[in-house]
Design a protein around this ligand. Sequence first.
Ligand SMILES: *Cc1c(COP(=O)(O)O)cnc(C)c1O
Length: 383
Amino acid sequence: MQIGFNKPAVLGNEFDYIKQAILNEKLSGGGPFTKRCQDYLSKHVGGAKTLLTTSCTDALEMAAILCNVKPGDQVILPSFTFVSTANAFVLRGAELVFIDSRADHPGMDERSLESVITERTKAIVPVHYAGVACQMDIIMDLAKKHDLFVIEDAAQAIDSTHRSSNGQVRQLGGIGDFGTFSFHETKNVHCGEGGAIIINNELSNERAEIIWEKGTNRSKFWRGEIDKYGWVDIGSSFLPSELNAAYLAAQIEEMTAIQNKRRKIWNLYAEGLKGLFDNNLVRGPHIPDYASNNAHMFYLVTDSLAQRDALITHLKAKDIQAVFHYQSLHRSAFFQERYIGPELHRSDLYAERLVRLPFYYELTEPQVAFVIEHVCAFYDSRN
Ligand SMILES: *Cc1c(COP(=O)(O)O)cnc(C)c1O
């Protein structure tokens, strides 16, 4: 039995919708499938406006432009994240301020945020790792107090929620000024490469559309609000083709089916590996009580780098592909020379010890059982 780490989901209607997009004779961005996805996402996430993008990377770059991040500004983000969380702001000349992960979870340690805020701080970028919410109450309070933008990197967090201390439950990506999603093929809902920006900050609605359309007011022109369009701001080509949007529309329609299936897989892993967790042989994922679980990922936190590598090798020998994840950005080849902050031990710990197990829509129960069997065998053999 060969079990890869990921396999892009196909629910069925993707083929029909792509065909329909071709027959519509409108394949550039902003067509009916794009609108369908945007409307759905605005409603689902509870944002004022959504624009589809060609990636979450693009959505983050748009957010950085919309916040007017400029040289000298500081942006706070976790070190344990994907490069795009950082690059989007580096491209605008920002100074990055990396913070550490939590002890119980790879997400950013919200309690260390306030001590790094200065008069130059412009934005906080919480990353909802594994689709598990950062503690948004703390982050939003600090942002309000210090007048900062909040950009949620919700790349992995579709259909996941945060519960505030007042009991209010909200979708991730719809809480900060901006939320960014990824529809890369490794994410729960995908179109190969794709993304979206949710704009909750109403002042940015019109400017977002302009930046999205190469710095022109073409969207207004299409709606008949102006009689010619031109260059009015900076921008780029952030909008995806209708072919991508057609694929995504088919996935979004089946979101409930996708999520039910993924939650089932997640629960199978959690039950099957419970003995290892209870005996402290390895740590499993932690979902804090203010967060929900969108079953994006099932990860283990091993005892050491050596144990992580041994586990990956052991599984590989059984044709099971398990993988490690982010390497601390403050230690990257690009950044380490300019990093002047404190040690970020927990980020380094997750970089060294975290292992992700195969996780995708089509994973079958026998396959999950096979992975569980061999993870257990690995720990049994070491006892
Ligand atoms: C996947 C991911 C991204 C990048 O998404 P793309 O759509 O590939 O650009 C950014 N941030 C995080 C946390 C991610 O997991």
